[in-house]
Design a protein around this ligand. Structure first.
Ligand SMILES: [Fe+2]
Ligand SMILES: [Fe+2]
Ligand SMILES: [Fe+2]
Length: 417
């Protein structure tokens, strides 16, 4: 839908890393190291354009993304050494269904598979999968064994566990480029950062990827993803009726898509609490706006950012985090405020049934009369309530269907693997 000059391809990748760091910075760092080794190996092998290397590097950094769903990510040894399948499968499915990586996503499925077992595999990117598996093992063992680690240990398993070709390239790289040293002194970050300049997503791929970012919120709470989808489409319908131009609509779309992204850092039992939150917990909940701002700032278009972070502001200054007043808020920000409220009221919650249409309208009217939300936006919503909500709910149903589809796929891949 978008022309998408609102964020660069590289910033989308960096945003993903920043976002996942909110859950587990160590796991993200492991991802970056693996992504780096993986990309250097492929570069050494040769035959790739720079943008291809950049995309493989990106994929490599995300290789454990499934663990955010299937594991307590802090149990690093458990899923990286013992029970390696769940996160490999979910990571593959997550990227297959939500990212622009297409068939390449399958390399994640094989990142813990021995070289020998991959031999007969009919897969176009088998070599890349073998290289990724080598990069993964290198970093995991080096990280765990520390001083006791040596490449001789890995050498014993070349041809069985590890690809001889990947190992050979790695040894040469060690010799000439001192890969291990670069990892230890942190200079690999610069090289990784540099290659990411060559990521070139099409507009459609960018849109795809940003949707993936929204779905990452599901690692903390699926409800929040479903809610975000609802509010995107309420915004879209309102924008249409309020006569927004294409550019305004798109900015609102991406503002709405990312507005709650900071929720990823809030513990699930607080987000989905069925009881009343303590004041401290409520403050923690409120901090999601600042967290969203922190990670979106300098990466995302300023206008989109401003829309996203004003969704809990109210026209009478009673909102948060800034306590802004009507005069400081633009129409797009006001639209997302109303959309967010109506989404909350009509959504499924552990502590309450969804509000009926009558209840929702009554509450919205009260807010509007109290001078907290825009009269024009509220009127527009109420005037076409059924139509707007039907469409929005249909779209959010689709995200639930996607989750169901992924869990079905998970079971069937597990049975086959
Ligand atoms: Fe893994
Ligand atoms: Fe890993
Ligand atoms: Fe929020």
């Amino acid at each position: 839908m978008a022309t998408m000059d609102y964020i660069s391809s590289k910033n989308i990748v960096l945003l993903t890393e920043d976002l996942l760091k909110l859950i587990d910075a160590r796991l993200v760092k492991h991802g970056l190291k693996v992504g780096y080794v993986f990309y250097r190996l492929l570069e050494k092998k040769g035959g790739y354009e720079k943008f291809e290397l950049a995309e493989w590097a990106t994929l490599g950094t995300l290789h454990d993304i499934g663990a955010f769903e299937t594991e307590n990510t802090k149990d690093f040894k458990k899923y990286e050494l013992k029970n390696v399948r769940p996160h490999s499968i979910y990571g593959f499915l997550f990227l297959k269904n939500l990212s622009p990586f297409g068939d390449r996503a399958k390399t994640l499925l094989y990142h813990h598979i021995d070289y020998k077992k991959m031999e007969g595999l009919d897969y176009a990117y088998r070599t890349e999968a073998e290289y990724l598996a080598f990069a993964e093992a290198f970093d995991v063992y080096r990280d765990m064994l520390e001083d006791r680690f040596s490449l001789d240990l890995m050498k014993q398993h070349v041809g069985t566990r590890y690809s001889p070709e990947a190992f050979k390239h790695f040894m040469e790289l060690e010799e000439t480029e001192h890969i291990s040293e670069k990892i230890d002194d942190g200079s690999f970050y610069d090289e990784l950062d540099h290659i990411l300049n060559y990521v070139m997503f099409t507009n459609e791929e960018k849109e795809n990827y940003l949707r993936l970012l929204m779905y990452c919120m599901g690692f903390a709470s699926k409800t929040k993803v479903v809610d975000s989808v609802t509010s995107i489409f309420v915004c879209d319908e309102l924008a249409e009726r309020l006569g927004f131009d294409k550019d305004e609509k798109e900015k609102l779309y991406y503002g709405a898509l990312l507005h709650d992204i900071g929720m990823l850092a809030i513990p699930r039992d607080i987000i989905e609490s069925a009881r009343k939150l303590t004041p401290e917990e409520f403050d923690m909940m409120k901090s999601h706006v600042q967290l969203s701002e922190d990670i979106l700032a300098n990466r995302m278009d300023e206008e989109c950012l401003k829309i996203a972070v004003a969704h809990h502001e109210r026209l009478d200054g009673s909102g948060y985090p800034r306590g802004m007043y009507e005069g400081e808020l633009n129409q797009s920000q006001k639209v997302l405020q109303v959309a967010d409220i109506v989404t909350g009221l009509t959504g499924e919650r552990p502590h309450k049934a969804p509000c009926t249409k009558e209840q929702t309208i009554e509450i919205l009217r009260k807010e509007e009369k109290g001078g907290r939300i825009s009269k024009e936006v509220t009127d527009t919503l109420i005037l076409s309530y059924d139509e707007i909500m039907r469409k929005a709910k249909m779209e959010s149903e689709e995200s639930l269907t996607l989750y169901k589809k992924m869990s079905k796929q998970f079971e069937s891949v597990k049975a086959k693997l």
